[in-house]
Design a protein around this ligand. Structure first.
Ligand code: ADP
Ligand code: TRP
Length: 331
């Protein structure tokens, strides 16, 4: 039997090429080796996104983005967290085994408290219980599907350790393996994709190249990449240029060495380098963009795919809750 992998996707904001290379592409490759499950963590997003329209649309945008990028709902299970009520029942049960002190130590909560105290505000200002108990809901997401591995970035490792802790408390209390202990699969420094200004590409820095923008917007965005004041004639160093770093993601080996030698020999301006970057990015993204446009134009079909995924997921979730309730004497 294949091992189970689980990937949670928080629906926040439009996808960019940093998300694609850093998260989507590696996560989709898991389906070759694992019995892979992917879900949209919409109740997690509710902690921060309070605008009805925004949340409603982002859920579909993100789902369409994954489908356009190659997620095959026939081969994997793809669903919305909010469609699996058993997740929230399990969350309540896990709460009884979660030390409050454990939550006090969670990085995201601690950072919010720290930020408040630096501003001289009440330390709990603006912190809701959803943020405080975030790790318990995340533990339920994972544990409910008997997940073996959870591929995550380094920032999420603490959450997986907390899920292990909580599951172990349950098993220790009942003297049997009621819940499976998940393992984190840490993506070691998957390359950091640089943004328009050379910093890490991120929504928060407003420096992203969107994954699905129309061609003219894509071109305009690429033309905004910041460059130094070197003249056309001057030789340029490809290794310190974010245009070239981005180019490497999209160009084949021959194209890469050709552009590198044009950089080094001088006579090519930044404008021309950006044109060349646009050409290769657009070549790769056009088919994905076309798929995305078709998928997002038909929201009922997206919802149907997610609902069918939930139908496959719910019996698995119900079995875990039933097992736990029985162990707990609430059967
Ligand atoms: P953002 O920084 O734009 O808010 P998120 O934090 O929502 O992006 O990231 C979602 C996923 O995309 C995470 O797994 C994250 O590691 C990955 N990711 C985001 N930006 C980059 C980047 N510039 N390079 C590599 N991976 C990235
Ligand atoms: N916390 C994760 C993030 O911010 C999203 C997430 C929620 C998740 N539940 C999960 C990831 C379960 C993996 C497994 O990216």
């Amino acid at each position: 039997m294949k091992k189970i992998s689980l990937t949670g996707i928080k629906p926040t904001g439009d996808l960019h090429i940093g998300n694609y290379f850093g998260a989507i592409k590696p996560a989709l490759e898991l389906a070759k080796e694992y019995d892979a499950r992917y879900f949209i963590a919409d109740y997690h997003a509710l902690n921060t996104v309070k605008d009805r329209k925004e949340l409603n649309s982002t859920i579909r945008q993100v789902a369409a983005g994954w489908l356009a990028s190659g997620l095959d709902p026939e081969k994997v299970i793809f669903y919305r967290q909010s469609s699996i009520p058993e997740v929230f029942e399990l969350t309540t049960m896990l709460m009884a085994f979660t030390a409050k002190g454990l939550m006090n130590r969670a990085h995201a909560y601690k950072a919010a408290v720290q930020e408040n105290s630096e501003k001289g505000d009440d330390t709990d200002a603006g912190i809701n219980m959803g943020l405080f108990t975030y790790p318990v809901l995340m533990a339920a997401d994972i544990i409910i599907f008997d997940s073996d591995v959870v591929p995550v970035g380094k920032d999420q490792v603490q959450h997986i350790e907390m899920a292990q802790d909580i599951a172990q408390s349950v098993n220790a209390n009942y003297g049997q393996q009621v819940l499976k202990i998940p393992q984190a699969a840490v993506q070691e420094d998957s390359a950091v994709i640089p943004g328009l200004d050379g910093r890490k590409m991120s929504k928060s820095y407003n420096n992203v190249i969107p994954l699905f923008a129309p061609e003219n917007t894509l071109k305009k965005t690429i033309m905004r990449i910041t460059t130094n004041s070197q003249s056309v004639e001057e030789p340029k160093d490809p290794d310190t240029s974010q245009i070239f770093q981005l180019y490497k993601l999209f160009a084949d080996d021959g194209e890469q060495s050709a552009l590198a030698s044009r950089y080094r020999s001088g006579g090519m301006g930044w404008g021309e380098a950006k044109e060349e970057l646009f050409r290769v990015i657009n070549r790769r993204l056009s088919p994905i963009r076309e798929k995305f446009d078709a998928i997002i134009a038909d929201v009922p079909s997206i919802d149907k795919i997610l609902a069918e995924g939930a139908q496959k997921a719910r019996p698995i979730a119900a079995a875990t809750v039933k097992r736990f309730r029985k162990a707990a004497g609430i059967d």
